[in-house]
Ligand binder design. Structure first.
Ligand code: 5GP
Ligand code: ZN
Length: 109
């Protein structure tokens, strides 16, 4: 979607700290990190929010890549947290589905 910030990032039209990319997903560092490691993983297909994601294969691929990126690319050997904020009440500010990976310190719940 041409007006979407994260579509522009995935297309390379806006610079980002890319950590991983393949045909299905794009992963980059959050501009305001809330942990020593804070990466966002997005599907390249524009889906506004988890509430509108009814493609089980896409969601399965997204979560498998989140695991791969956290364990193999970021090497968060001590563990990490995975967060999806859903719509305004869940704290979602950018309406392109994204998974936060947070790690690098002991995280309070
Ligand atoms: P949300 O609150 O929607 O779950 O998270 C959106 C995240 O995107 C926030 O943590 C915010 O810091 C990050 N963000 C917003 N704009 C940009 C940007 O232009 N570049 C990057 N790398 N991150 C962004
Ligand atoms: Zn988008």
């Amino acid at each position: 979607m041409s007006s979407c910030l994260f579509c522009k990032i995935a297309a390379g039209d806006i610079p980002s700290g890319k950590v991983y990319e393949d045909d299905d997903v794009y992963a980059f560092r959050d501009i305001h990190p809330k942990a020593p490691t804070h990466v966002l993983v997005i599907p390249k297909t524009h889906i506004a929010t988890l509430s509108e994601a009814n493609d089980a294969a896409l969601l399965g691929t997204l979560m498998e890549r989140v695991r791969f990126i956290a364990d193999q690319v970021l090497e968060l050997a001590d563990g990490y947290r995975v967060v999806i904020n859903v719509r305004e009440g869940g704290g979602q500010e950018v309406f392109h589905l994204h998974v936060h990976i947070l790690g690098g310190k002991k995280l309070p719940f």
